[in-house]
Design a protein. Structure first.
Length: 320
């Protein structure tokens, strides 16, 4: 299918798309949808509800809203081993359940050269671009507000098990636990990225870039302010990864285990810098790390911001 468009309202239950409900091994190029798309169930997308091993190239959706329950995306609700490239969305997306994204709700294929600018609302695994990601994502950007009442929330991706490269998120991110300016949870390698939006987590684990990191982080920066309860960091809330070359400049506020770069560190932080004010209330507040676990390392790091807290407070680490 090529050079097609749809502008009418589309309403259905499952597998609902503004252009195509289910695209199975098909190709969709240079196509767009502009009508209101509503799904009363799952797999709802502005262009395609369920993209199963298909290719979407140069697709767009604007300006009406998208709504559904689970697997809801501004362009594609459920991308199963498919390819989405050179595409964009400029609309708000709302899911009353989980796996909701500004561009794609769930993705296990390839995503490249894409962006989303609308606001995203959901419960768990919510992202400004992708809610739950198993795709290699390259040159992927999101700028909208992300608001969720649950966990695993990110400005770009809520839950990611794949690599993210040359990407950024600039929107404000609000959730409960495991909340990040770029990704809520990440176990893939993250390279050449930044996040500028303020991050708020009303529960545990909040980071300016990543809430909980298990994959390597290379060449990253954040400028947004971060606020949370426990395990709160300017870059990463709870770190299990190797982080190489990163800087943070926003303020960081939390109750316990609060750090300018990482709240809790079980990995390696190398060549990291923090320049924002770090404020804790109870235990373990540090200019770089709130709590540096046994065996964890901080190398070639620096902190220049003011640090204040309750007990175990340090210019670099609250506890080492």
């Amino acid at each position: 299918m090529s050079t097609t468009s749809a502008s009418g309202t589309v309403v259905g239950t499952n597998n609902v798309g503004g252009l195509i409900g289910q695209n199975k091994i098909g190709s969709v190029t240079n196509s767009m949808a502009t009508g209101l798309t509503t799904g009363l169930g799952d797999r709802v997308g502005g262009l395609v509800g369920w993209n199963k091993m298909g290719t979407i190239d140069n697709g767009s959706y604007t300006p009406a809203t998208i709504s559904g329950v689970n697997y809801v995306g501004g362009l594609v609700g459920y991308n199963e081993n498919g390819t989405v490239q050179n595409s964009n969305v400029a609309t708000d997306v709302t899911g009353t359940g989980s796996r909701v994204g500004g561009l794609i709700g769930f993705s296990s294929g390839t995503v490249s050269t894409v962006y989303a600018t609308g606001d995203v609302v959901g419960v768990n695994r919510i992202g400004g671009l992708i809610g739950e990601n198993y795709s290699k994502s390259t040159t992927a950007d999101a700028t909208g507000l992300v608001t969720a009442s649950g966990d695993l929330i990110g400005g770009l991706v809520g839950w990611s098990l794949s690599n993210i490269t040359d990407s950024y998120a600039t929107g404000v991110v609000q959730g409960v636990s495991v909340v990040g300016g770029l990704a809520g949870y990440s176990s893939g390698t993250v390279t050449n990225v930044y996040a500028n939006g303020n991050v708020t987590g009303t529960g545990e684990i909040a980071g300016g870039l990543i809430g909980e990191a298990h994959g390597a982080v290379n060449s990253a920066s954040t400028t947004g302010n971060v606020m949370g309860v426990a395990a709160v960091g300017g870059l990463i809330g709870d770190n299990f990864a190797i982080v190489n070359t990163a800087d943070t400049s926003g303020t960081v506020n939390g109750t316990t285990v609060v750090g300018g770069v990482a709240g809790n560190n079980s990995g390696i932080l190398e060549m990291v810098q923090s320049s924002g004010t770090v404020t804790g209330v109870d235990l373990h507040t540090g200019g770089i790390v709130g709590y540096n676990e046994a065996g964890a390392l901080v190398r070639k790091g620096g902190s220049s911001g003011n640090v204040s807290g309750g007990s175990s407070v340090g210019g670099v680490a609250g506890q080492n």
